[in-house]
Design a protein around this ligand. Structure first.
Ligand code: GLU
Length: 476
């Protein structure tokens, strides 16, 4: 039975890397008809916050990722973590290290001077009882370190990267598994230890996470062995890189799923795009898919080893595809709260749905649905190109003629034949070309020359009696 988990640390909002890891775990679980679980790794008391847990879970739900059991809270399992450390101490596989900060610093300086990689030199690995007593008498506290044999070869078969091999000597010396505490106690257990204890307790069959955890995997495999626990299978997903090929970071502007949401991306497009960040679709499959569709074909042999470059054009293309495929009603449901934030009074649903149907095909981001709807809710300012159009000889007079005709025989905006007739009559009576009139009408209604279909725009504005005021301000 496949059991996988996402193990986010609630020290920030849902990060794109974590979300992508969630997607891969979820896709694999659903593909294998297994179980997808969440473990909140909140043992860093200072940096963990309940609002981040909430944000992470809410963000996953928004993306369409569900989990099969209530999230496990790591900090509630402190006793189990301490017990495991005690077991390692009892078996002599771990020991207390009393080295002070100053001593460790001095040790690193020597290594630096000798151009060696920084590592703990295992100096307290074999203290005698008397030596330990002497340190304790000095009032020193101790961390607990796990022995790592330099000569050990660590091997695993990574589902993404194939056969992996690490040497114990590359792991930086004996590893701290519990923070400093008085020697009769066990301090706060640390990441590599708690992950192993919890993954084993949760019966995790596959650990799927980012490539930045590869060295941790090597260390964790040694802990599984020492604790006599069955090892899971590992899969390390490639890093997400920015356009320059460096790891995507805060400096790239957006890293949190919140940021993408507030920029107007849809959950479908983000979930779709994150899947493509590292996974290539099987031949014949469209690059646009739902998570459920991707789950039906998801396997790790299509996950790339190389880092995945973040490509805004592709994400924008996907988002546009999603928005263009939505029925106008769905677009209206999604845009309504955004319009409300602008303080816009919404006319009736029929009108709004027509507006959404008009704007939908030209949207890339949801926020375009705010920008482009704006001239329908607020009197638009005349922009440079609009002003220029209206300065053409005869343009303002033609608009005035049109306004006069509407005033004489009001148009309710519903009969499109009437709009055509009004334009023909106006062009004739004002003595201008129909093309000039239409461009000027667009400038008058929208303030600029870019925009959706002119007659539909006019019809919608006429229905809410907002066409005349827009025409009038051009000549009064
Ligand atoms: N809390 C770790 C992180 O957020 C979990 C890593 C893992 O999946 O083991 O990076």
């Amino acid at each position: 039975m496949v059991r996988v988990r996402l193990a986010p640390s609630p020290t920030g909002t849902l990060h794109i890397g974590t979300a992508r890891t969630a997607v891969f775990n979820w896709l694999f679980a659903r593909h294998e008809k297994g179980v997808f679980l969440i473990r909140i790794e909140d043992t860093d008391k200072e940096r963990s916050k309940p609002e981040f847990t909430e944000n992470i879970l809410e963000g996953l739900t928004w993306l369409g990722i569900d989990w099969d059991e209530p999230p496990l809270i790591q900090s509630e399992r402190l006793q189990e973590h301490r017990q495991a450390i005690q077991t390692l101490l009892d078996q002599g596989l771990a020991y207390r290290c009393y080295a002070s900060e100053d001593e460790l610093h001095a040790m690193r300086e020597v290594q630096k001077a000798a151009k060696q990689a920084p590592r703990y030199d295992n100096r307290h690995r074999n203290l005698t009882t008397d030596q330990e007593q002497a340190f304790q008498d000095e009032g020193r506290e101790a961390v607990v370190r796990f022995r790592i044999d330099d000569n050990r070869e660590i091997r695993w078969n990574d589902l993404v990267r194939g056969p992996m091999q690490w040497s114990g000597s590359d792991l930086g010396g004996d590893m701290v598994i519990a923070r400093k505490a008085p020697a009769d106690q066990i301090g706060d257990p640390l990441y590599n230890l708690v992950v192993v204890v919890d993954d084993a307790a949760m019966g995790i069959s596959h650990v799927i996470r980012g490539e930045d955890h590869i060295a941790n995997t090597a260390k964790q495999l040694l802990l599984y062995e020492a604790l006599g626990l069955e090892t899971p299978t590992f899969a390390h997903a490639p890093l997400i890189l920015n356009a320059e090929g460096r790891k995507l970071s805060k400096r790239d502007g957006v890293t949190s799923i919140n940021d993408f949401r507030s920029m107007g991306y849809t959950a479908e497009a983000i979930a779709n795009y994150m899947t493509l960040l590292g996974w290539s679709v099987p031949e014949g499959m469209d690059e646009r898919f739902t998570l459920t569709e991707a789950a039906s074909t998801f396997t790790f042999d299509r996950v790339n080893k190389a880092g995945a470059r973040f490509d805004w054009d592709k994400l924008n293309w996907l988002n546009a595809q999603v928005l263009h495929s939505w029925p106008a009603e769905q677009l209206l449901d999604t845009l309504t709260p955004l319009w409300q934030q602008q303080g816009w009074q919404r006319p009736d649903d029929t009108w709004c749905i027509k507006l959404c149907a008009l704007l939908g095909p030209s949207l890339t981001l949801l926020l375009d649905g705010v920008d482009q709807a704006k001239p329908f809710f607020e009197m638009p300012a005349l922009e440079e190109d609009g002003e220029k159009q209206l300065s053409i000889e005869g343009a303002r007079e033609a608009i005035e003629t049109l306004a006069q005709m509407i005033e004489d025989a009001p148009w309710d905006g519903l009969e499109m034949d009437r709009a055509q007739a009004l334009l023909a009559e106006t062009a004739k009576s004002a003595g201008v070309k129909k093309g000039l009139l239409m461009k000027s009408l667009r400038a008058a209604l929208l303030g600029k020359l870019q925009g959706p279909d002119l007659l539909t725009t006019w019809s919608l504005l006429a229905q809410i009696k907002q066409d005349l005021p827009r025409l009038r301000r051009c000549f009064s």
